[in-house]
Design a protein around this ligand. Structure first.
Ligand code: G3I
Length: 481
């Protein structure tokens, strides 16, 4: 029997309304994950560790490894002294054991490292002829990268090439015999050997944006991107003292990401494992959309290259330390599990597609001033708190002005401005929870979502409202300040 047309139309409208409501209603807060890898995976990141092949027979070690981490870096086994101890004599025993463990246990694998001045056999250091060294370097890269082709997520192609405290390359047989172009040559050779792996430049003491070494590395990456030299990521090792990361750490991550590369924290350890230092490091990564993963440099304190400083997340008996809990909590969204907003807390709202913060134009305190995106900074005009309007709706109040965000109409593309708080429907927003502290905001009056115009990544782009799509330019990371 055919149903009357009128019924069908109503039914269609009813299901459309239901579908729309289902899309826009906040999803229930996801349960907090209980391991580092699973917690990181909620936001598409990995949480890994350095692994020593010699410890894979230790069941306490492998139990923690298999339970907690979803990425592995070979601590020493893929380095030159291990893989080509004499010219043309390749030995992959330790490296293979680690690669096999990763494969069998469904872990990602980071490659570390193809070209490094340290743990470099004497026979390489002794080469004085440029043609010989070029051919030796390229043969090493090609042989090692090709052996693990298709298995490596990211390769540290060149490690620690910059000199401490300067913007210049450190002396090494590679720089001294081949000149500074050895880095570019290494990346081109690695791309040919394993086209599927992301290619990283990796270094230490490059976490502080104001450090000369950071600027040297930044200039290198910018130059490579400008000239089309294949580079996909930078690794910041993050071997920190007990004070944890420098204050500019997140700025450094953001600035590298803005060059169009992924950033990864590749060798994290912190003297005495302070809870705050670990939390701040992990939070900085979580706040930067292109920070794709974190690796700690070992599992238990007894496994660490700086074991006297007890810098890791597990003690010598394999127990979780307080820093473990602080890291897990940040990976799970901090005090804000599942991404729902908290009233009475100030946040920056960082757009997922651009890494830029929602910002009241010109720090104006006037009613009617426009909402835009701008490079994240410490300005109070980039800080907002949420006021509950009940029924799951919130006003969003700019900290510098005390005015709240308001849609200027109900059409797509209408500006969002700040206005005195009247608790009107145009000032109320529903939170769509994407997990991991990422939300979208949907206006009560217009049913449209806060949206960076045209998914622009530029400073000054308007944040207006548009039909909800859940796209990255409608997603904002809640960055607690
Ligand atoms: O395996 C030998 C052993 O047979 C020998 O008896 C012993 C004597 O010292 O040495 C053992 O090798 C040591 C190796 O670690 C394996 O334990 C080396 O001496 C030692 O120098 C080596 O240290 C490694 C260090 O790199 C070398 O530069 C650390 O384990 C490793 O954690 C560390 O990792 C580096 C990253 O690759 C790059 N960034 C800095 C980071 C920390 O230094």
């Amino acid at each position: 029997m055919t149903r009357p047309t009128r019924w069908r139309r109503h039914s269609a409208i009813a299901s459309l309304v239901l579908a729309t409501a289902a899309t826009l209603l906040p999803t229930p807060a996801s349960a907090a994950e209980t391991t580092l890898g699973a917690a990181a995976a909620q936001t598409g990141r990995y949480f890994g560790t350095a692994v020593a092949a010699g410890r894979l027979g230790d069941s306490q070690y492998t139990t923690i490894l298999n339970r907690e981490f979803n990425s592995i870096t070979a601590e020493n086994e893929m380095k030159w002294d291990a893989t080509e101890p004499s010219r043309g004599n390749f030995t992959f025993g330790g490296a293979d054991r680690i690669a096999t463990h990763a494969r069998n246990n469904n872990k990602r694998l980071r490659g570390h490292t193809l070209v490094w001045h340290s743990q470099l056999p004497q026979w390489v250091k002794d080469i004085r002829d440029a043609n010989t060294l070029r051919s030796v370097m390229n043969n090493h890269i090609t042989t090692v990268a090709a052996r693990y082709r298709g298995q490596i997520d990211s390769w540290d192609v060149v490690n620690e090439a910059f000199a401490d405290g300067t913007t210049q390359l450190r002396p090494s047989v590679f720089r001294d015999v081949l000149g500074s172009g050895f880095i570019e040559e290494a990346f081109r050779t690695a791309r040919a050997a394993d086209p599927g792996a992301k290619l990283c430049y990796n270094d230490y003491n490059v976490e502080d944006w104001n450090a000369a070494k950071t600027q040297g590395m930044y200039n290198l990456v910018r130059d490579f991107k400008a000239r089309g030299v294949p580079i996909d990521c930078v690794g910041l090792q993050a071997h920190f003292g007990s004070g944890g990361p420098p204050a500019t750490f997140q700025t450094t991550l953001t600035n590298f990401a803005a060059l169009g590369v992924d950033v990864q924290i590749t060798e994290l350890d912190i003297a005495n494992a302070p809870t705050t230092g670990y939390a701040n490091t992990v939070r900085a990564c979580m706040n930067v959309p292109r920070c794709t993963g974190i690796t700690v440099w070992g599992i238990r304190d007894s496994d660490s290259w700086r074991s006297g400083e007890n810098p890791l997340l597990f003690d010598r008996s394999g127990n979780k330390k307080p820093a473990y809990d602080s890291v897990l909590s940040v990976l799970n969204g901090g005090t804000n599990p599942g991404g729902g907003v908290q009233v009475g807390v100030n946040y920056r709202l960082v757009a997922s597609h651009s890494g830029k913060a929602a910002d009241i134009n010109g720090a104006s305190t006037a009613a009617g001033a426009l909402l835009i995106q701008w490079t994240a900074g410490s300005g109070l005009n980039q800080q907002f708190d949420f006021l509950s309007s009940g029924e799951g709706y919130y006003r969003v109040r700019a900290r510098h002005s005390g005015l709240v965000l308001q849609a200027t109409g109900t059409s797509t593309g209408a500006d969002i401005v700040q206005q005195p708080d009247a608790n009107s429907a145009a000032q109320q927003w529903r939170v769509v929870d994407h997990g991991g502290g990422v939300i979208s905001l949907v206006n009560r009056a217009s049913n449209l979502a806060l949206d960076v115009w045209s998914a622009s990544t530029a400073d000054g782009a308007r944040i207006s409202q548009w039909t909800y799509t859940g796209g990255a330019n409608q997603r904002f990371q809640l960055n607690r300040v």
